[in-house]
Write a new protein. Sequence first.
Length: 95
Amino acid sequence: MFAIYELLQLILGVVYMIMIVHIIMSWLISFQVLNLHQPIVGQIWMGLNKLLEPIYRPIRRILPDTHPLDLAPLVAFVGLIAVRSIILPAVFGLR
């Protein structure tokens, strides 16, 4: 049972790091530190978007439209932290 817990923690940790990279990269693109016309930057950005869009899309359907500000990554990030820190240990009886 503990092996399943550790595997889920590992998967959620990887998703956590991917979300951190995506959030920081979005800031750098917004402040024009990174340019999407650079091939490497564009490929990384598209790859991150393809990985995270299945997580963000259902959240965007629920949230109101705040056009210049996308709150879906923030909600997903807070939800991921809650699952990792509170829900998963409670389900496996580690708290």
